[in-house]
Design a protein around this ligand. Structure first.
Ligand code: COA
Length: 180
């Protein structure tokens, strides 16, 4: 038994921790509308629906979900939209980097996908650092895509293919969905 954080499938029991994460920083508002226990339950229900397009992994620190790395699957093309967040109190510990790398590895192997893609606002450099650590390659810029506080902001786009080099980033252990 170790106290090291792991990634494991999100479950309905994580709703309270998800609400805490969404309340932890203003930047979480861009990840979705979760401001009440009911909204948190609906959010988690949507992500844990096995018939839906999402495969959501909780970043589990001693039994509590403190972050999320998810893949939204486009089954026709065997592609996945890749996204992540971490509770503000747990940022800067390398959790997103290590969790994203572990989940990207899974998605491009047991997860059956060929291509993962993501985008981040250029004024969110931590997200780009996570993407690069997880083996994503910068593919382009969606110019002035979002309107944030009255300013248009570019989005940097990234992809990782099944055939791309595997990054040497440290990974969190995966528990569940065909564990390593
Ligand atoms: C982006 C986010 C997931 C990063 O989580 P985290 O657990 O703090 O990330 P890590 O600790 O793994 O750090 C990742 C990298 O970001 C770097 N980083 C952090 N803040 C940074 C900043 N302001 N500028 C540049 N790099 C930064 C870290 O140094 C680290 O780089 P390293 O691996 O080379 O040391 C977190 O800030 C978050 O949840 N933000 C709100 C939601 C969000 O923006 N999600 C992404 C949407 S595209």
């Amino acid at each position: 038994m170790t106290d090291a954080p792991v990634v494991r499938p999100l479950t309905p029991d994580d709703a309270e921790a998800v609400l805490a994460a969404f309340c932890s920083a203003p930047d979480m508002a861009r990840q979705g509308a979760v401001t009440t226990p009911q909204e948190a339950e609906r959010y988690v229900d949507r992500l844990t629906d096995a018939d839906g397009p999402h495969r959501a992994w909780a970043v589990d620190d001693r039994g509590t979900c403190v972050g999320l790395v998810a893949v939204t699957i486009d089954a026709v093309n065997a592609n996945g939209w890749f996204w992540y967040w971490v509770h503000a109190a747990h940022r800067g510990r390398g959790l997103a980097r290590r969790a994203a790398t572990a989940v990207a590895d899974w998605a491009l192997s047991d997860g059956g996908l060929h291509r993962l893609e993501l985008g981040h606002r250029v004024n969110n450099p931590a997200s780009g650092a996570v993407a690069r650590a997880a083996g994503f390659v910068r593919e382009g810029t969606e110019r002035e895509k979002f309107l944030v506080d009255g300013r248009r902001v570019d989005v940097a786009t990234y992809g990782r293919l099944r055939t791309d080099p595997v990054p040497d980033t440290e990974r969190l252990v995966r528990a569940g969905w065909a564990a390593t």
